[in-house]
Design a protein around this ligand. Structure first.
Ligand SMILES: Cc1cc2nc3c(=O)[nH]c(=O)nc-3n(C[C@H](O)[C@H](O)[C@H](O)COP(=O)(O)OP(=O)(O)OC[C@H]3O[C@@H](n4cnc5c(N)ncnc54)[C@H](O)[C@@H]3O)c2cc1C
Length: 532
């Protein structure tokens, strides 16, 4: 089977139906096997699909739920330059992060990854030695930025700032004992789920078949068995190489994969409860040099406070939340630098995810390796790509496709993803609404066009929820939203605010009556599982 480049970036229910029919036809007619089947529609899987399709390989990606419904939709949304790894003297990982952050911000997705200012307040409880060491780490991080050729016009050099400047950027910082601060810059992903969906659309434009709500039930050499989660129908797809990008669930597809998942939790508060900061606050975790809790302002009037890092045993739920201890830990650390402490009542939403860490040292989650690895299952030839982090997805994908090409003897062009821009990158048309440009790049024009035809679609869902009917239609017709929850949880992030969920869901049902509720999906779909 050869790869086709349709150039069509619209992913929707009709295209999914056509893609499934094509797979059935290929299986029934005994057509040549696809070059690759990728299992998993998180950042790693869609990265692999894009890398492979853009090299001219024929690719099918199957995801058992929605795109980004695993860890990739629950991250801290930072394309970080690896400061944390520098603190542990893990220079190769820090270097990889700095290089990949540069690719993302400069060429791949400048419309979806923006610079964010990060201020580390220096209160008297941060000793002079610690402050000097942290400052030196920032300078080392900046040296990596320079070596990675990320311009300082994009990520300016870190420097010391006055107490007044700290409080201008982060007004809720307590003035008592404030000696000044360290200001640095990093990459902030507008929305991790949007990055994944946009990458999937770009892969589809290069000919990849992207099929969500399709679960891999078993793998044998050269064939993967799949159940359509919407109809219950079984399918089989033949491929010259099958790639397992199932993240923290990768061990369910191969006995050779051993993971040590670690849970990471976040809280959300309204920006006004922290004085509407324009910079992220970095609060040191006492007695853990190089470990911080961040309070990062999002575009939509929320501030995300994260992150915990705790080993997790047992079942991995698809939707998880911080437990009481994790909430207390996050609030305690951030409150240590705030004038008016946040209370549990200030928390308007929360979420947690699980890092797909490879089993290594029997150590705390915070110390397990963030390296990625390629593992081959001798029984099924399944190639697993796992570990790593969101920022490094491109490099992981390149390594996985290189390995697949070599193992299966595929004919492929060289990797070109360092310079391949995602859909929406580029200069948008003049006079488009700024808030749409920040979320959709040049596709803001396509979203705005819905409202031009029907001005009611420009109305926000509700006062205080700046998400419109036009965006809901775009999610359904271009971004493969198939359930109400796909829209409210992953095509916008307003679903994370508990009090807004019902109004949001009602608006989605009104503007997109063709969508089903996730509760209508079969019981075994992991999307029905909530840790509570
Ligand atoms: C709380 C938290 C915060 C983080 N913050 C950051 C950050 O700010 N920056 C950063 O760079 N990294 C961050 N990371 C790390 C990063 O999020 C992950 O490394 C990355 O998202 C993993 O992506 P993935 O595609 O490998 O896995 P996933 O996103 O989990 O994707 C795997 C997919 O496989 C699907 N799947 C599983 N089994 C099957 C099956 N049988 N059939 C079909 N599909 C299947 C799942 O539904 C899932 O969608 C964070 C991690 C956590 C936990």
């Amino acid at each position: 089977m050869t790869s086709s480049t349709s150039g069509n970036t619209a992913l929707n229910a009709e295209r999914r139906t056509r893609d499934i029919a094509e797979l059935s036809e290929a299986e029934a007619s005994g057509a040549e096997a696809f070059d690759l089947v990728v299992i998993g529609g998180g950042i790693t899987g869609v990265g692999v699909a894009l890398d492979a399709a853009s090299r001219g390989l024929s690719v099918v990606l199957i995801e058992r739920g929605d795109l980004a419904s695993g860890t990739s939709g629950w991250s801290s949304k930072l394309a970080h330059g690896g400061l944390r790894y520098l603190a542990k003297l893990d220079v190769p990982i820090a270097w990889e992060s700095a290089v990949e952050r540069g690719h993302l911000m400069s060429r791949i997705a400048p419309h979806l990854v923006h610079p964010v200012q990060m201020v580390l307040p220096l209160h008297t409880h941060v000793g002079h030695l610690d402050a000097t060491l942290i400052g030196t780490g920032f300078l080392a991080g900046d040296a990596l930025r320079m070596l990675a050729r990320t311009p300082k016009s994009l990520l300016p050099r870190p420097h010391r700032i006055s107490p007044a400047e700290v409080r201008r950027l982060a007004p809720s910082t307590t003035a008592a004992g404030l000696r000044g601060g360290l200001l640095s810059w990093d990459g902030q992903i507008v929305d991790d789920a949007r990055l994944v969906v946009t990458m999937a659309r770009t892969a589809a434009a290069h000919g990849a078949h992207i099929i969500t709500y399709a679960s891999a039930t078993s793998v044998e050499s050269g064939r993967v068995h799949v159940t359509d989660q919407l109809t219950g129908e079984p399918h089989a797809i033949r491929a010259k190489q099958i790639i397992n990008a199932a993240g923290v669930w990768a061990d369910t597809l191969s006995d050779d994969v051993e993971l040590a998942p670690s849970k990471g939790s976040h809280l959300l508060v309204r920006a006004e409860s922290m004085g509407n900061p324009t910079a992220a606050i970095t609060a040191p975790v006492p007695d853990h040099f190089g470990r911080f809790v961040f309070a990062v302002p999002w575009d939509d009037g929320l501030v995300m406070i994260g992150l915990t890092d705790d080993p997790h045993d047992g079942r991995i739920p698809q939707r998880a939340r911080p437990d009481a201890d994790e909430r207390t830990f996050l609030l305690d650390i951030i409150n240590a630098v705030l004038e008016d402490p946040l209370s549990p009542e200030d928390v308007v939403g929360s979420y947690a995810g699980f890092r797909p860490l490879l089993k290594g040292k029997a150590d705390s989650g915070a110390d397990l390796s963030r390296k990625h690895a390629l593992l081959r299952d001798p029984q099924t030839d399944l190639l697993t790509i796992v570990g790593g982090k969101l920022t490094a997805y491109r490099r992981m994908a390149e390594d996985a496709v290189d390995a697949a090409v070599e193992a299966a003897g595929l004919t492929a062009k060289p990797c070109r993803t360092t310079t391949l821009s995602l859909v929406g990158a580029g200069a948008p048309r003049p006079r488009l609404p700024e808030h749409l440009i920040r979320r959709y790049g040049t596709d803001a024009g396509v979203v705005a066009a819905y409202g031009a035809d029907n001005s009611a679609l420009n109305e926000p869902v509700r006062d205080g929820i700046p998400f419109s009917g036009a965006e809901i239609r775009f999610a359904v017709e271009h971004e493969l939203a198939l359930t109400v929850e796909d829209v409210i949880d992953r095509r916008t992030r307003w679903g994370l605010v508990d009090a807004d969920r019902d109004d949001l869901a009602a608006a989605v049902r009104r503007h997109a009556p063709e969508l089903i509720d996730a509760t209508q999906l079969p019981e075994n779909t992991h999307h029905n599982q909530d840790e509570g």
